[in-house]
Design a protein around this ligand. Sequence first.
Ligand SMILES: [Ca+2]
Ligand SMILES: [Ca+2]
Length: 491
Amino acid sequence: MILNQNRIFLIGVIVLLLAVCGVAYIDAKNITGALTADFGVAVISPDRDSDGIIDKNDTLIGQVSWVTTDGIDNLTITVGNASSPNGTFDGMQEVVFYDGALVLLNFTHNFNLTQQFNMEGMIVNVSDNYIFTNMQNQLLSNEYKSLYLTDNDFAKLCAKDAEISAISEMSSECTDADETSFDDCISNSAGITRNNLTCYDNGTITRTDNFKYSALRGTPRTPAPPAPAAAPAGTGPAGISFTTSLASDFIVVPDVIGVTLFRGEAKKITFSVKNTGLKGINITVKQKGLEDLMMLAQKELSIGIGETKTLDANIFVPSGTKPGVYVGTLVFRDSKSGLERSVAVIIEVKEKEALFDISVRIPLEYKWVLPGSNISAEITMDNIGLKGKPVDVGLIIYIMDMNRTKLYQGSKEFLAVETELKLTRHIPVPASTPAGKYVLVGEVVYGNTTAASYDTFDVTSSLLFDPQIMALLVLVALIIFFAYRRRKRKE
Ligand SMILES: [Ca+2]
Ligand SMILES: [Ca+2]
């Protein structure tokens, strides 16, 4: 009897223990998805970096993707002999951060379980002129790191050894207490030590050792002004490109592309990107708008000096698309210099068996206008389906920017079109319109369907920036000058 009671008690305890383990196990699975053979331990510890080593036993918590970066194309991190930080590491190991084959920073760390190295919130930002990192003060007391920066023909060099969260926290003159000026380190391969930091420059790469914290910044020599390059045709108002970096530059042709497609049709469009600067560029392309109609064949282009590469975009108009005018932009950005060029893509979708058509044309003299002025447009509407029999239609005219924002919309006009109807309309360009390219859309509604067409125009901040007008003014001035000189000579 007593034996039986003991047995029941023992079975009860075992069942209870199994139940607790089971619940904890399910719980751990829900939290982390961790599954490990080490059952008794795994059930209560997560594996946040998903390397199969529960956090409790993991000296390095983190993955490459956890590092917040800017200006880095291909971040890789090696730890000791391992080609990635996935896993756990023991004792002194060298950690190296690379962008492709280029070393960005390195340090040797004593990996241990009491002070786990955590890559959450780690930042590494690189540009032509600086490297900035924040590692949440995780280097141990006798550990230091080295920062590397490609020498971009620097005249000045400044090191800041404080835990900052952005490069902008560095003083422009390198005069803050934790800042060290290393102007004399440039081209000095023997090295200079100052404030515990040692700086080397082999002419190509600048390296500074013994950093506890943040950043290294160079200031490029002011380059001699280059021969003024002719403004590339079709890249928008002149004047804009002169504010950008002289070292990196590129053009995209065309800067606006218009495509007319029937519903269900597809077409490939191609852009040429030419590197017109003095450095290699890495272009990434971002699509804004037209996500349902256009797909990029590639999103990244590496272009050497003077080289031209092409980018294809495939346009497909699903048969259910409403006839109309669709706009979007492609932003080409050089990840090294941050330089951007935008191009506009305008897709006019038509119905194959349309009974009605419309065309919109802006006369040449209204193609470049000032904000607050009027543009004139010639609208032609054709009754194709019921030629000769008047059809009642509604006409809407609006101005749209490349982000599909309507700046102006006229009220709907009701018209009867027998065969063809031509109209001229004056459309106000709002005074607050920023300089840029715009689309004037004419949309005609008949029955339960629509037809639309467009033309583009540019709003300039000042007509003096129009290269054509500038050229004309110079020409007129020259003619007057020579006429005056000739007359003087005759006298
Ligand atoms: Ca882990
Ligand atoms: Ca790990």
